[in-house]
Every structure is written in structure tokens, then in C-alpha cells.
Design a protein around this ligand. Structure first.
Ligand SMILES: [Zn+2]
Length: 136
């Protein structure tokens, strides 16, 4: 089982899932997502996904359940295959450009889709002709 080197499980699931599953919640997330999160962290520095565990408001940027106001049954977030990332030392647009310009870079080889035009980086590990870039 892969567990992130640079992220706690609380950063990737909402509070109710952490309360129910604890560290077992790692099993709900696709390992390709987790591996890529660590790679992006190494390349670009600190990243915020969820921050509810430190008293802030983001709780739906990783795994989403039907309780989320952003829930969709077909979202990659629903399947533990997507994360919305806020970068501290760079910005989403720069990272997106880098990924799209160099998608054969081994650091990016597990990425399936990315969203365009958002102030965060949504990436996912969907099964598709990669890299699929789309507007949300
Ligand atoms: Zn997203």
C-alpha cells in the first residue's frame, strides 16, 4: 500500500471519512494519485489540498462523498482519483503549462486529466487518452 510521504491522510479526505476510517482511508485513494501528489510536492514545494485538520475550510479537495456540495457521481473526486492543489511557491497556471508542455516527463506519467482555467490545479488519474485537458 502506498501512503504519501508529504501528505497526511486528513489532507486528502473529509473529516467524516477520517473519523470513520482513520489511516484506513488510504485504501480509498488511487495510488497513482498519491504517487503523483508526492512527485508534485518534490517538484514545486508545499501544496494545500484539504486543510480542515488545521482549522481551515477546505475539506472537499480530495475524496468527495455525497455530503459534499460539489458532489457529482461521475467526478473523479468521487473515486479517489482527483485532487485540487494550491501551490505555495508557484501558481496553478505555471504548473499546468509545465505538465502540458512536457507530459512525457516521468513525473507526470500517471496523470490522466487536468482542468483548465482554475486558480487551483485539478489533476486526476482517470482512464483516458492522456493528457485530457478540459474546462470544468
Ligand atoms: Zn477537482
Amino acid at each position: 500500500m502506498y501512503q504519501c510521504e508529504h501528505f497526511k491522510i486528513q489532507e486528502l479526505v473529509p473529516p467524516a471519512i477520517f473519523e470513520a476510517c482513520g489511516e484506513g482511508a488510504w485504501e480509498l485513494l488511487d495510488e497513482r494519485l498519491l504517487i503523483t501528489l508526492d512527485r508534485l510536492r518534490k517538484l514545486y514545494g508545499p501544496i494545500t489540498v484539504n486543510n480542515w485538520h488545521v482549522g481551515q475550510e477546505r475539506e472537499w479537495s480530495g475524496l468527495r462523498t455525497p455530503e459534499s456540495p460539489f458532489y457529482s457521481p461521475t467526478s473523479q473526486h468521487t473515486f479517489g482519483r482527483a485532487a485540487d492543489c494550491i501551490f505555495h511557491r508557484t501558481d496553478a497556471e505555471s504548473v499546468r503549462k509545465h505538465i502540458l508542455a512536457d507530459h512525457d516527463d516521468p513525473n507526470f506519467d500517471l496523470i490522466g486529466g487536468i482542468e483548465l482555467g482554475t486558480s487551483w490545479l485539478h489533476f486526476d488519474v482517470r482512464n483516458c487518452e492522456r493528457i485530457k485537458a478540459f474546462h470544468p
